[in-house]
Design a protein around this ligand. Structure first.
Ligand SMILES: [Fe+2]
Ligand SMILES: [Fe+2]
Length: 317
């Protein structure tokens, strides 16, 4: 339980967490699924359908593409989406393990909840690798993804613990928002791709709560300088992600031209990269930065941090 603490002169005392380790363990044991049950065998991707909701893919903004080409680009975006999640999970996994490692004898529920969190992320990394194999075996071009994951993980993990924990909290709430607002309600998506997203979302719901507690734990022991660095580092990680997803838009253009056999004009290429970069910004940055629960946690640390992030988020919508 978090006691009432003052994190810096401007902040309100942080109250007890609304989430509990025990409840997340119970909830996650109810939804726990096996990779073998959701991918492989007769569970195949249907390439005649879209993979991503249009609110995230934003392929309809590209007027110079026909319907088939838009669907192909949408599928390329779907491949990048799960690959980028896998990549993020490669830094979430060691971070969660490092967070719990020094205090294994303090609270049994806490240890089990964080290990469950880490174990699920390890499973998701494996699931997304399996998906990528399935996709590559059936798609008509090579779809490159930013990386390598180990290098990105090293760069992200070089930031302060609070900065990384806030970036993870952003990612966890972002996943919830994507599924609830855009994916669950979209009847036109490929059922197999949608099933992977649904199973991922089910386990991520507990991660968002556990990462909220993790941020609260870090804030409880932080002085004003550590808090400032945490926010600065969160923004720095956001900047790394932004340049990564800009590169991804260029890689998606390459994959698109190869898959469709179409060579775009230089104006069309520029428009493609600009609009798809902005679509990626909304997908990976804006939807997390503006999530009400993420903003609520920032407010609890310091309302000024919330205001700062909200103004930066305007670039990513
Ligand atoms: Fe995950
Ligand atoms: Fe997660």
């Amino acid at each position: 339980m978090l006691g009432a603490i003052t994190v810096n002169e401007k902040s309100k005392p942080m109250e007890a967490s609304q989430y509990s380790f025990q409840e997340t363990i119970v909830a996650s044991s109810k939804v726990n699924w096996r990779i073998e049950d959701i991918i492989g065998g007769d569970k195949k991707l249907d390439f005649s359908k879209r993979f991503m909701p249009e609110s995230l893919a934003r392929v309809n903004d590209l007027d110079f593409l026909n319907d088939d080409e838009k669907r192909i680009l949408n599928q390329i975006r779907g491949h990048a989406y799960l690959s980028i999640f896998g990549l993020a999970e490669e830094f979430i996994l060691p971070f969660v393990l490092d967070h719990v490692r020094p205090s294994l004898d303090e609270n049994d529920y806490r240890v089990r909840a964080f290990l469950q969190f880490a174990g699920e992320e390890a499973k998701h990394i494996q699931l997304f690798k399996e998906f990528s194999k399935d996709f590559k075996a059936n798609f008509r071009s090579e779809c490159k993804v930013i990386g390598p994951p180990a290098e990105i993980a090293k760069t992200v993990l070089a930031h302060s613990s609070l900065g990384v924990a806030l970036a993870i909290l952003h990612i966890e709430w972002m996943t919830q928002r994507h599924y609830i607002d855009s994916i669950r309600v979209d009847e036109g998506l490929d059922p197999q791709f949608k099933s992977l997203l649904k199973h991922h979302w089910l386990e991520e719901a507990q991660h968002a709560k556990l990462d909220t507690i993790m941020v609260e734990e870090l804030v409880r022991t932080a002085d004003a300088e550590t808090l400032e660095k945490g926010i600065d580092d969160y923004l720095s990680i956001g900047g790394i992600l932004d340049s990564g997803v800009k590169q991804q838009a260029a890689l998606d253009l390459e994959a698109f031209e190869e898959a469709t056999g179409r060579t775009l004009s230089s104006d069309e290429r520029a428009e493609f990269v600009e609009k798809q970069h902005q679509a990626n910004r909304w997908t990976y940055l804006g939807t997390g930065m503006t999530h009400p629960r993420f903003l609520e946690t920032l407010s609890r640390i310091d309302p000024e941090y919330r205001g700062r992030i909200e103004s930066v988020a305007l670039n990513f919508c």
